[in-house]
Ligand binder design. Structure first.
Ligand SMILES: Nc1ncnc2c1ncn2[C@@H]1O[C@H](COP(=O)(O)OP(=O)(O)OP(=O)(O)O)[C@@H](O)[C@H]1O
Length: 661
């Protein structure tokens, strides 16, 4: 029997604390609203102050459907912290600055997630609260100082089984100890998480971002935090989690959003070669091959005088700059060094030129012409165009790093007319980005969270790595869910290409997928990732799996509609339109790469299912999903692991042998 049914007085007292906390939050908000930006000295400061005040007011909004606190700790420590602490999404204090709710990210809240009878962390009793809407309806007590083992938490399983509607929810109330370790890892530490489907990797990455922003607010406000996900439909799915945790200033983007939305289709074999880290050295050589050995000096005329810089002097400057700077700054330095030598000549003639003269010389035609001839201004597109269109140039840049066959694979079958008309692929985007960084330094941010990282090429990882080269990263993924031509088979390799030293840790307990379904999907593992252990699931989910030969889609959908929660009909991409037409009588939407649709019933092309989840999943024709792409079995594994409550597999063709074995 839940504890609250035995102790109605306790529940009533907790409800009173909730009402008091809500009133205090309202008062905090009213106070923030009463503050004026008029005190600022000038218009710009006033605008900045007003925007900060607006953010503060927005952050103090009370969402009536969201619990203000979800836990309580009765502490047994003799220190100057309160003996009772309520843990919630944000700090709330009363008019005397007495804390009524403490942010889940504060160090004092940590025992809520980590304490156990074996290590009570100074806590005598942990209480978990259950809510319905915004109303506190239940609690569960866990005595931590009596040495007795704790039973399973009903509040946790209820939370996981609560039907999905709309976007992903936060998990602050139920973060598990091993997840909490990752969430609270130090800012300087790069963590890499391998985890089976539904172990909470995405959730953990988002909560880590929120934790770091809270703990290192000022530093990260300057340097920034960014989340990189697999596609925009996924970003839309996760978009509410950070705002619900009070964090609105985090960039959430895709690799394409970061590197350029290039998507010209390309043979996966070609993409695989372009994604190889060996390309980095080839690109570096290709860029620097554009520097021409100076054969002439410089003549600068001013009035009756001609100031000369000899060819050997130009060669010396170029040699001293080569390899010591990026290409762009090198070009600028060459210009200034030439101008400086001209100034020295002027001084030798008794003139006394100042800095303005040096700038004028640097901008003068003879200097610009000479610099353009020996150190030409280049864009990444110009260099990559030449590399992919010109076999001789490619051979000079590639040397022996790529075999003649590989070089042949890299070359365009039909080159474009010019770099301006070239159409780039997703793999090219990472090459352009690498060249961009060889020309001008890419700025680094404070922390980067990369989801579904197993799918990134070595060159894409380098591109992400340079965006956090002065910071750290949280790298999340599952080697078994790699579906690209360049999917990795080693997290050590991922960290190496990212340029980060980091620990690889594993999440092993699945929260999303019922055991019966997970065991079924895991039959594919020996074929797709033989080194990974079979995943475990928190919930048995008896009766959650149904496999139907000659299964009827209409009937499966009608059955699912009688139940609560979201429904995803996952189909081979090529069948999406046909399946949608066959369900014309039922309100639904087809998920697209940019979708933000919140329909209860969605048709989901298999290639977009990654990272998403639905209460009820109906998978149509697994054999076609497998046949559609080289890593089709891994795609099927992703597809079969999207269900929270039920999975129905419909097939007319024989199932892949691994599933029937
Ligand atoms: N501690 C938790 N408490 C409650 N729910 C949780 C917890 N951890 C994870 N979940 C839920 O489990 C589901 C799966 O989480 P998430 O999407 O983060 O997993 P994932 O490891 O990224 O999965 P995949 O690899 O399949 O994309 C989500 O609905 C998430 O809210």
């Amino acid at each position: 029997m839940p504890a609250h049914q035995l102790a109605p007085d306790v529940l009533a007292a907790e409800q009173t604390h909730l009402a008091e906390s809500r009133a205090a939050l309202q008062a905090m908000r009213a106070h923030a609203q009463s503050l004026s930006s008029d005190a600022a000295g000038d218009w710009v400061s006033q605008q900045i102050l007003q925007s900060l005040l607006d953010q503060r007011v927005a952050a103090l909004a009370d969402h009536p459907d969201t619990p203000l606190f979800f836990g309580r700790l009765d502490r047994s420590m003799d220190d100057d912290l309160p003996s009772v602490i309520y843990v919630g999404r944000r700090h709330v204090h009363d008019g005397n600055s007495r804390p009524l709710v403490i942010d889940w990210r504060a160090p004092v809240s940590r025992p809520f997630y980590q304490a156990s009878p074996a290590d009570p962390m100074g806590v005598a009793l942990r209480r978990r609260f259950g809510y319905h809407g915004g109303a506190l309806t239940a609690f569960e007590d866990e005595p931590l100082n009596q040495g007795a083992e704790l039973g399973p938490s009903r509040i946790l399983t209820d939370e996981i089984e609560r039907p999905r509607t709309g976007p992903m929810r936060d998990i602050v109330a139920t973060i598990q100890p091993d997840q909490d370790e990752i969430v609270r890892a130090a800012l300087a530490q790069t963590v890499c998480v391998q985890g089976a489907p539904g172990t909470g990797k995405t959730a953990v990455g988002l909560h880590r971002a929120a934790y770091l922003l809270f703990t290192h607010r000022e530093r990260l406000a300057r340097s920034g935090v960014m989340i990189v996900g697999p596609n925009r439909a996924f970003l839309s799915y996760i978009s509410s989690v950070l705002p619900a945790l009070g964090e609105v200033k985090v960039d959430q983007t895709t690799v394409a959003g970061l590197l350029g939305e290039h998507a010209t289709p390309e043979d996966p074999m070609v993409s695989a070669v372009k994604g190889d880290a060996r390309m980095a050295e080839v690109l570096r050589r290709a860029l620097w091959l554009h520097i021409v050995k100076p054969e002439e000096g410089l003549v600068f005329s001013k009035g009756a005088y001609r100031h000369r810089v000899a060819d050997y002097e130009v060669r010396e400057i170029v040699a001293s700059l080569r390899g010591t700077t990026r290409y762009g700054p090198g070009r600028a330095a060459l210009t200034q060094r030439l101008a400086h030598l001209v100034l020295v000549r002027m001084e030798q003639r008794g003139e006394s030129p100042d800095d303005r003269v040096q700038d004028a010389v640097a901008r003068s035609k003879p200097v610009r012409q000479l610099v353009d001839a020996i150190w030409p201004k280049l864009t990444p597109e110009q260099v990559l165009y030449r590399l992919l269109a010109d076999p001789e140039f490619l051979a000079r840049a590639a040397k022996s790093d790529f075999s003649p066959e590989e070089q042949d694979t890299l070359l365009w079958r039909k080159p474009y007319r010019s770099w301006k008309s070239a159409k780039w692929s997703a793999a090219d985007a990472a090459l352009l980005d690498e060249l961009g960084d060889l020309i001008e330094r890419t700025p680094s941010i404070g922390h980067l969270v990369v989801d579904e990282a197993q799918d990134l090429s070595e060159m894409q990882l380098r591109a992400l790595g340079r965006r956090c080269r002065n910071g750290s990263a949280t790298v999340l993924g599952d080697l078994a869910q790699g579906t690209t031509a360049w999917s990795t088979s080693s997290w050590q390799a991922v960290l190496k290409h990212l340029g980060q030293d980091g620990e690889v840790t594993e999440l092993t307990l699945g929260f999303r997928v019922p055991r019966e379904v997970l065991d079924y999907a895991a039959r594919l593992l020996p074929s797709i990732a033989p080194d990974l252990a079979a995943p475990r699931s928190l919930r048995p989910g008896a009766g959650s799996l149904s496999v139907r030969p000659d299964g009827e889609l209409g009937r499966a959908v009608t059955e699912a509609l009688t139940r609560e929660g979201s429904i995803g009909v996952i189909v081979p991409d090529a069948l999406a339109a046909e399946v949608s037409a066959s369900l014309a009588d039922v309100p639904h939407a087809v998920l697209g790469p940019d979708s933000t649709d919140e329909h209860r019933l969605l048709i989901v092309p298999a290639t977009l299912a990654k990272g998403l989840e639905y209460d009820h999943v109906i998978v149509v024709e697994p054999a076609d999903i497998v046949a559609a792409e080289p890593r089709g079995l891994a795609r099927l594994y992703v597809v079969l692991t999207r269900a929270v409550t039920s999975l129905t597999v419909l097939h007319r063709k024989p199932l892949p042998a691994q599933l029937t074995a």
